[in-house]
Design a protein around this ligand. Structure first.
Ligand code: PEP
Length: 252
């Protein structure tokens, strides 16, 4: 059975030294306390991936991910980073489709599908982020949006080990960085829906695909979120930047 995934998205924060210090502090705050059914995934900016990977070393229960990559092996793509370059840094996971990529950088479902396919093919494990805007929710489009984001990114992906290579993060856009957490019934409803859609795509393998919740997760709300059915971890932005607060989430 997969462990609960406690992921930290550090966005465009932290120099190498700051990232190393936070990693060291987090490892010390969680030392000997990390439950055997949990793992920690640190997702720093590109520039700090190698430092964080080196700081973690071979410590079990900790991994490193990237916030983005470009779906090509190499080539004339100025400013972009390939999956092979990330693997070379000791990075084994990557986010695809974070709402900031979708909305600020206009990455559409078709491009994100290319990323998921290419990233998996090159050996990265993928965290596919999905979620509706407030307007979409108010207009009753939750299911339509999640269905579209999932099916466009995941149809035709036929890996037998998909449950260990793919994670889906449900992150309602209106709850990211706003301090507004989805109600437990909203999280339950969305996660149940995601699970049922994954079953349509991957049959019984979908039972073991982890579904994370993301959106203003904090030390004081982690325990009610992490215990919900079909919540297999969390993706945390703001509250993951300080080791002290993220350690309380990781252990919460
Ligand atoms: C995120 O960036 O994925 C996120 C969930 O951010 P925050 O925890 O700050 O809402």
């Amino acid at each position: 059975m997969n462990k609960k995934c406690m992921a930290a998205n550090w966005k465009m924060f932290k120099t190498r030294q700051e990232a190393e210090e936070t990693t060291r502090e987090l490892m010390s705050l969680t030392a000997a306390k990390l439950p055997s059914d949990r793992e920690v995934l640190l997702i720093p900016p590109f520039t700090a991936i190698a430092s964080v990977a080196a700081t973690i070393g071979s410590k079990t229960g900790f991994g490193v991910g990237a916030q983005n990559f470009y779906p090509a092996e190499n080539g004339a793509y100025t400013g972009e980073i390939s999956p092979d370059m990330l693997l070379d840094l000791g990075c084994s996971w990557a986010l695809v489709g974070h709402s900031e990529r979708r909305h600020l950088f206009h990455e559409d479902n078709e491009f994100l599908a290319q990323k998921v396919r290419f990233g998996l093919e090159r050996g990265l494990n993928i965290i596919l982020c999905i979620g509706e805007t407030l307007n979409e929710r108010k207009n009753g489009q939750l299911a339509t949006i999640l269905n579209k984001q999932l099916t466009s990114a995941l149809s035709d992906i036929g890996y037998t080990d998909i449950a260990s290579r793919l994670v889906v993060a449900y992150e309602p856009v209106w709850a990211i960085g706003t301090g507004e957490v989805a109600r437990t019934e909203d999280i339950r409803e969305a996660h149940d829906y995601v699970r049922s859609e994954l079953k349509k795509i991957f049959s019984s393998a979908a039972d073991s695909i982890r579904i994370l919740y993301g959106g203003s997760v904090k030390p004081d709300n982690i325990s009610e979120i992490i215990t919900l059915d079909n919540v297999d971890g969390v993706l945390v932005g703001g509250a993951s930047l300080q080791a002290e607060s993220f350690s309380r989430i990781v252990l919460g």
